[in-house]
Design a protein around this ligand. Structure first.
Ligand SMILES: Nc1ncnc2c1ncn2[C@@H]1O[C@H](COP(=O)(O)OP(=O)(O)OP(=O)(O)O)[C@@H](O)[C@H]1O
Length: 235
């Protein structure tokens, strides 16, 4: 499975944010997207998730067939999760399981899902409204495990998690990568190098894959900063 971006371009009025983004993402890899504030990372995710219009093409290749991407191909984790705050975590996940019945592993029940995310029994039955940021993120991740989209976009994940949960989430992402394309944006270089198979820079409106030699080099951070320093249009 591949996600293929071909000459993706997006402007807001006169402001050209994505100038020419072309890249092929492959299943089984975690990609880290680095870029300065305002470089267009969220804009790129919004384009891939079909939340905003753009020019160029965004396609998925599955079993040697190419087609345009559709919403259900994508699981999009926002840095601030959008969830039905009037429901309990349990009600939300039950609802999510009901609408994704065909995709569910028959042997796994709702409490197994909560156990997997280490969400306490008491918390399961509380309103989402009262959940911490990290717990909302856990619930969002759980919804992806249930609906199993091919492509998962994570806009600055893990930053709201405490060190223990962040470590659990890292393991979860590593387990999930086998049958997904995982793409996340982050400003944390350490996280990118720890978790990612590939690192891509979004710089001056286009994407550049970093050389593997550079990922393992001691002056990785310095080189990335150097490359991003000449960004023309930051926020
Ligand atoms: N709806 C919009 N209308 C006009 N300009 C926008 C809109 N959304 C984003 N922008 C602008 O596009 C540029 C890219 O924004 P975007 O949020 O994609 O950057 P980012 O790389 O995700 O930033 P950050 O790292 O700070 O989260 C910014 O200059 C932003 O102000």
């Amino acid at each position: 499975m591949k996600l293929i971006l071909d000459h993706v371009q997006k402007s807001y009025g006169d402001k050209e944010v994505l100038k020419d983004c072309s890249f092929t993402f492959e299943r089984g890899k975690i990609y880290g997207l680095l870029g300065r504030n305002g470089s267009g990372k969220t804009t790129l995710f919004n384009c891939i998730a079909q939340e905003i219009d753009c020019t160029g093409s965004i396609q998925i290749e599955k079993k040697e067939t190419m087609r345009n991407i559709i919403e259900s191909d994508i699981g999009y984790a926002y840095s601030l999760p959008i969830l039905p705050e009037f429901m309990t975590g349990y009600e939300f996940i039950q609802f999510y399981m009901d609408i994704n019945e065909q995709r569910l592993e028959k042997t796994i029940n709702i409490d197994d899902y909560f156990d997997l995310m280490r969400i306490d029994e008491d918390d399961r039955h509380r309103l989402i409204k009262g959940y911490s940021h990290g717990m909302k993120n856990k619930l969002q991740m759980l919804s992806f495990i249930i609906s199993h989209p091919d492509i998962i976009l994570l806009d600055e994940p893990l930053t709201s998690f405490d060190v223990v949960v962040a470590s659990e989430m890292k393991h979860l992402l590593l387990q999930m990568k086998e049958d997904h394309i995982l793409l996340f944006s982050t400003h944390v270089l350490q996280l990118a190098t720890d978790l990612c198979d590939e690192i891509i820079l979004l710089n001056n409106g286009s994407l550049t894959l970093l050389d593997h030699d550079l990922l393992n080099s001691p002056d990785f951070e310095e080189r990335v900063v150097e490359m991003l320093r000449d960004e023309e249009h930051v926020a």
